[in-house]
Design a protein around this ligand. Structure first.
Ligand SMILES: C[S@@+](CC[C@H](N)C(=O)[O-])C[C@H]1O[C@@H](n2cnc3c(N)ncnc32)[C@H](O)[C@@H]1O
Length: 227
């Protein structure tokens, strides 16, 4: 009986230790993310989101002025900031003030003067002119006034400037407003709408699979025509 009781006691202690260590590690990750602005998801994302390839598709170079529309907490904005360097500019646009606050904090923490957070409006990203490239990741499906937003992007881009659009593949033939709720949108519909707004479709590259959300994403490249 005594052996049995000791065994149960050891088992309970082992479970308590394991639970405490998991809670401690989660607490440490949260504290780390609060301090650096870089989450565990961001680190995992570096493996499947292929940021170097996305920057290459945008043709971003040191000194360029680029925009990340729907920047969220700035996963791509900070990759772009490293590429454009101190002489360049990254306009990190979002309509959510909390997202803008996060980007502002990380910019200050890392002393990255080239990052400029912009609080946009649903139909107007408040972009400056003469941009070299624009990136829209997992955000196009959210646009309510997509025609107005894309017209503003077109005006802001230099002729020949690239637009890279990454989003989740969605079911075809649904009412347009349903895609906001689904958080996905068919690539075919995006190509059609973006082309109608004056961009030239260039190519589609191999997409991405976001395991955490089980989302298959496409990778489209457009350009602003020269005339
Ligand atoms: C799913 S998050 C993607 C964030 C980021 N692009 C990324 O890949 O990590 C979508 C973001 O788009 C923003 N958003 C929605 N509608 C927008 C609009 N019209 N203009 C700019 N940002 C918008 C949301 O506030 C949210 O931060």
């Amino acid at each position: 009986m005594k052996v049995y009781q000791s065994f149960i006691l050891i088992l309970i202690l082992a479970i308590l230790c394991a639970l405490q260590s998991t809670a401690f590690s989660q607490q440490r990750k949260r504290a780390d993310a609060a301090e650096t602005g870089i989450t565990d998801r961001d680190r995992k994302r570096d493996e499947w989101q292929r940021p170097a390839e996305v920057l290459e598709a945008l043709d971003v170079k040191p000194g360029h002025r680029v925009a990340d529309i729907g920047c969220g907490s700035g996963y791509f904005s900070f990759h772009l900031a490293a590429r454009v360097g101190k002489e360049g500019k990254v306009y990190a646009v979002d309509i959510d003030p909390e997202a803008i606050k996060k980007v502002q904090s990380r910019k200050e923490r890392e002393n990255l003067k080239q990052v400029e957070p912009i609080l946009g409006e649903s139909a107007d990203p408040h972009l400056p002119n003469d941009l070299d490239a624009v990136l829209i990741v997992d955000t196009y499906h959210e646009f309510r006034e997509f025609d107005q937003t894309m017209q503003a992007v077109l005006r802001a881009l230099k002729p020949g400037g690239r637009l890279v659009l990454i989003d989740g593949e969605g079911p075809t033939g649904r009412p347009r407003t349903e895609y906001h709720r689904l958080h996905t949108i068919p690539a075919e519909l995006v190509r059609e709408e973006v082309s109608k707004n004056g961009f030239v479709y260039k190519e589609s590259r191999p997409g991405f699979f976001d395991e955490e959300y089980g989302k298959q994403m496409y990778f489209l490249i457009f350009e602003k025509p020269h005339s």
